[in-house]
Design a protein around this ligand. Structure first.
Ligand SMILES: Cc1cc2nc3c(=O)[nH]c(=O)nc-3n(C[C@H](O)[C@H](O)[C@H](O)COP(=O)(O)OP(=O)(O)OC[C@H]3O[C@@H](n4cnc5c(N)ncnc54)[C@H](O)[C@@H]3O)c2cc1C
Length: 456
């Protein structure tokens, strides 16, 4: 008997944790623990809860189709797992290797609690990332701090084989709580237009992406209104799709000359890059990875304006309102919104990262915190003081203003690029718009930031 503890690997296809458990024992307990520690850490939020509930339902359906089902428990994850292992007489518990401080502590606690009972924890790599943290290293260091050399080594690293979904899963007698509904996983109201979660939905999206958008990804991934990216990030976060499977198939297409696939592989490598940074420096979730001696401003009204999409900079506001509506934001928009908060307003990246984590369906400690640090210049960016000008970015990535008109309805009637600079409209037209003045001038923001970083 063995237990599979599902964490960030909520899938049947290409799941080394499940495959290993099934190889080692004729009967397995596919277990998910609704972990009270995650809620206590403030990480259980309505948008991700909705996606998680879909993932658990899809996993249960897939297991039932194979003769099994998902066993659900709620409580403290280590205690519940040990309880299930003891009740079923399981000798081993299988789990995916994680990278966050929380996951690493969970692993340690599980290992010792199981060992105290004469049971064994088996931890599996290349489940949550394509290339495991630490698999490629610079000479004499425990992780890569710069993306380009990492990407070179990562690209040459072979992947483990992609595994099929099991044909049958047989369970011992064990009881389960009912599958949790989203409302039971987090308190609060979810965004109105969330994507659906779950492995079946993820596989459908992946197939559509490979048939459609992927080929043109290199040219179109920065087009804000075109929305031409994969939207697979929440599936990667919850593991309803496998990063190894995605990278393997994209590498194959790239080798066959598909430029879109080559660009897509590079983005997937960024994901692994941030995971290996966090695995080596778990405190980078909260502490500056490279301190710049910032003394961030305190400006609650400006932070509130940024959060609610009322900064007076239409592109920033469009991005923030979409986040509230869909629990998702385009990568280019994330860069612009984060640069605006940290460099133009000069507010602490942790406040921005917290707001993103409260809403993003793909909200992920490694990807979110380390991207925020990259933008703030406290992370791995080799040009830490670069400031994205939201107007130049708007002209480049939303050239006819379609993205802004979609997400800022007050400006829907403003034609062309004028929508990016409503303050330049004739006074009479301007007065008719129910839209705020810029919260700060870009020049003032830039001067303040450059002074703060000692660049002037
Ligand atoms: C400030 C900020 C915060 C972010 N927070 C998160 C987060 O919490 N969770 C998250 O998954 N991504 C985060 N990202 C990265 C990126 O914006 C999203 O992964 C991407 O927008 C998801 O959309 P997609 O699946 O359509 O991406 P695609 O363009 O289709 O890319 C494919 C996949 O590559 C990965 N990827 C792409 N860009 C990055 C990147 N810069 N860093 C890491 N992985 C990347 C994602 O897994 C993504 O699904 C953040 C970026 C910034 C600038």
């Amino acid at each position: 008997m063995s237990v599979v503890l599902f964490t960030s690997d909520l899938r049947l296809h290409d799941n080394p944790v499940l495959t290993a458990a099934l190889r080692s024992a004729p009967r397995v307990v596919p277990l998910f623990v609704v972990d009270s520690g995650i809620a206590a850490a403030g990480f259980a939020v309505p948008n991700r809860a909705a996606f998680l509930a879909d993932c658990l339902a899809s996993l249960d359906e897939g297991l039932r189709a194979r003769g099994g089902r998902l066993v659900v428990r709620s409580g403290e994850v280590v205690a519940e797992t040990c309880r299930v292992a003891a009740a079923t007489g399981a000798g081993e518990v299988h789990v995916a290797a994680g990278v966050s401080g929380y996951a690493l502590r969970r692993e340690e606690r599980l290992r010792s609690a199981l060992a105290a009972d004469g049971r064994r924890l088996r931890v599996h790599d290349a489940v949550v990332t394509a290339v495991p943290p630490g698999a490629v290293l610079p000479a004499g260091k425990d992780h890569f701090a710069v993306f380009t050399p990492y990407f070179r080594r990562w690209s040459a690293e072979p992947l483990r084989p992609v595994l099929p979904a099991p044909r049958a899963v047989r369970l011992p007698g064990v009881d389960s709580e009912p599958l949790p509904a989203a409302a039971a996983l987090a308190r609060g109201t979810a965004s109105p237009a969330l994507p659906r979660g779950g492995e079946s939905e993820g596989r459908r999206r992946l197939a559509a992406w490979q048939r459609g958008g992927l080929a043109r990804y290199a040219d179109r991934h920065d087009d804000l209104a075109g929305d031409a990216t994969s939207r697979l990030s929440p599936h990667l976060h919850f593991g309803s799709l496998s990063p190894v499977e995605l990278v393997a198939s994209a590498r194959e297409r790239a080798a066959a000359g598909c430029a879109g696939a080559a660009a897509f592989v590079r983005q997937l490598a960024w994901r692994d890059f941030h995971h290996q940074m966090l695995a080596a420096r778990p405190d980078a979730a909260h502490r500056d990875y490279r301190p710049r001696h910032d003394r961030w401003r305190e400006a609650p009204a400006e932070l509130a304006a940024w959060r609610s999409g009322l900064t007076g900079y239409p592109l920033v506001d469009a991005a923030m309102r979409r986040l509230a509506h869909e629990g998702w934001m385009h990568n280019r928009a994330r860069l612009i919104a984060a640069s605006f908060l940290t460099k133009t307003l000069y507010l602490d990246w942790r406040d921005g990262a917290r707001h993103f984590l409260d809403l993003l369906v793909d909200g992920d400690v490694a990807d979110n915190q380390l991207n925020w640090q990259w933008v703030a210049g406290t992370g791995s960016d080799t040009r830490p003081h670069r400031v994205l000008n939201p107007l130049a970015q708007a002209d480049r990535f939303d050239p006819d203003g379609a993205y802004v008109r979609r997400w800022v309805p007050e400006l829907a009637g403003v034609p062309g690029r004028a929508v990016h600079r409503p303050w330049r409209l004739p006074a009479r037209e301007r007065a008719r718009l129910d839209y705020p003045e810029p919260v700060v001038s870009l020049e003032e923001g830039l001067t303040r930031f450059r002074q703060a970083r000692g660049l002037t």
